[in-house]
Write a protein that binds this ligand. Structure first.
Ligand SMILES: [Zn+2]
Length: 132
């Protein structure tokens, strides 16, 4: 193979690729177009990093959900049934992190945060309920 290349006769079935592992990203040559990684080890490292990133993201989501749930729980225990967008901001509730956003037939929009449900009653105000 080396001799062929020295004569400038690179076989057509050699692909020059960039490793799919962004932490590596070296360019490499391979004989099969479907190979995406420079080595098996690099592929394993990439898959391990992906799994870890997914785990970290899940943990982060769980923390944010638990923080929101704790605030809603506190509100309901103290007899408050409404929360405003400003109050949520002050309590660091990330309003983008919810389990589901649903719209009922009569147009009511609800946001589900685990076992807590926020019913939109005004542009900046929500009514809090707990399922069960
Ligand atoms: Zn690589």
């Amino acid at each position: 193979m080396k001799r062929l290349r020295n004569r400038g006769e690179v076989p057509k079935n050699i692909y020059s690729k960039i490793c799919k592992n962004p932490a590596c990203a070296v360019s490499f040559e391979c004989f099969h177009g479907n190979r995406g990684f420079c080595s098996d080890r690099c592929k394993r490292n990439y898959e391990r990093d992906l799994k870890k990133a997914a785990r970290d993201m899940s943990k982060r989501m769980e923390r944010l959900m638990n923080r929101s749930a704790a605030v809603f729980e506190e509100y309901l225990k103290s007899g408050k049934t409404k929360i405003t967008v400003n109050e949520m901001k002050q309590r660091n509730i990330d309003s983008n992190v919810f389990t589901a956003r649903l719209k009922s037939l009569n147009g009511e929009i609800i946001y589900v945060f685990g076992e807590y449900v926020l019913h939109k009653i005004a542009e900046v105000e929500y009514y809090i309920t707990k399922t069960q």
